[in-house]
Design a protein around this ligand. Structure first.
Ligand SMILES: [Zn+2]
Length: 236
C-alpha cells in the first residue's frame, strides 16, 4: 500500500475491534482516513462447542473479520495468527507489531486497554501492553530490532494512541452517525454472536451510556495518549 495510513489497529482476536470501537472505525473511514487492522491471534479457542474444530473456527473467523472490515471500509487486514489464549508479551510479538507500524507508518495506533481489572481476557492485557511497548520506544528506536533495518523498515514515530476499555476514558468519539454500521459489522461475526440477536442492542446501550454526559446520542470512549515529546538523539 502506498497511500498514507492514518490509523493502525491491533486487536487480540477477530471481533474485538467490532465489539469495542467499530463505530469510530466507520467514522474515520467515512472521513477519508485509511485504517489497517492487525489481528494478533487466530481466535481458534473462541467457542464453547467441542464439535467445532479449532482449525475450522480459525478459518471461519478470518472470513468473518474480513467481512466486517469490508462493512467498515477498512483498507487492509493483516492476520498474525498467534495462538488464541497463548499470547505472551515476548520480543518476537513486539517485533511483529513494530514491523507493521514501520510498514504502515500510522499517525494513530488503537488497541485494547491492558489495564482491564478483574474479569478480562489475558490476551487483551498482553496485546495492550505489547502494542504500547512496540509503539514506544521500539518503533521509533533504530536499534530496538536491528534486523528490521535490514528489511528496509526505518524508525517511525506514532503520535497518538487510543486505548479501548471500560475505564479512564478521557476521549470520546461521537458515533451517532455510524452506530448502525457498527451493529452491521458485529453481525458478520456469526461464530461469536450468531446466537445473540440482542447483541446489537447491547452495543447500542453501551454506546448510549458512554454518551450520557456528552450532548450526543452514541459514543465510544478511549483513554488517549499523545506522544509529543522531543525525540532523543536518533533522528526519525
Ligand atoms: Zn478478544
Amino acid at each position: 500500500m502506498t497511500e498514507q495510513v492514518h490509523v493502525l489497529v491491533t486487536t487480540p482476536h477477530p471481533d474485538d475491534a467490532e465489539t469495542r470501537f467499530a463505530g469510530s472505525v466507520a467514522k474515520w473511514t467515512r472521513e477519508g482516513k485509511n485504517v489497517v487492522y492487525i489481528v494478533i491471534s487466530n481466535g481458534d479457542k473462541g467457542t464453547n462447542d467441542p464439535a467445532i474444530s479449532p482449525k475450522e473456527l480459525a478459518a471461519t473467523r478470518e472470513k468473518e473479520q474480513l467481512a466486517a472490515a469490508e462493512v467498515l471500509g477498512v483498507k487492509e487486514v493483516i492476520f498474525l495468527r498467534y495462538p488464541d489464549q497463548g499470547l505472551e508479551n515476548t520480543p518476537e510479538l513486539r517485533k511483529d507489531i513494530v514491523r507493521q507500524i514501520r510498514i504502515f507508518k500510522p499517525d494513530t495506533v488503537v488497541t485494547v486497554d491492558p489495564h482491564g481489572r478483574y474479569m478480562d481476557h489475558r490476551d487483551h492485557r498482553i496485546v495492550g501492553y505489547a502494542t504500547v511497548e512496540a509503539v514506544y520506544p521500539a518503533a521509533e528506536s533504530a536499534y530496538a530490532f536491528p534486523e528490521l533495518l535490514d528489511e528496509g523498515l526505518k524508525p517511525h514515530r506514532v503520535t497518538e494512541m487510543l486505548f479501548s476499555g471500560r475505564m479512564q476514558h478521557n476521549y470520546f468519539e461521537d458515533i451517532s452517525d455510524t452506530i448502525d454500521i457498527k451493529v452491521s459489522a458485529i453481525k458478520c461475526h456469526r461464530s461469536q454472536v450468531g446466537n445473540r440477536p440482542d447483541f446489537g442492542e447491547m452495543l447500542k446501550n453501551a454506546a448510549r451510556t458512554n454518551a450520557r454526559d456528552l450532548d450526543i446520542e452514541y459514543a465510544e470512549g478511549f483513554h488517549r495518549e499523545i506522544i509529543n515529546w522531543k525525540p532523543f538523539s536518533y533522528s526519525i
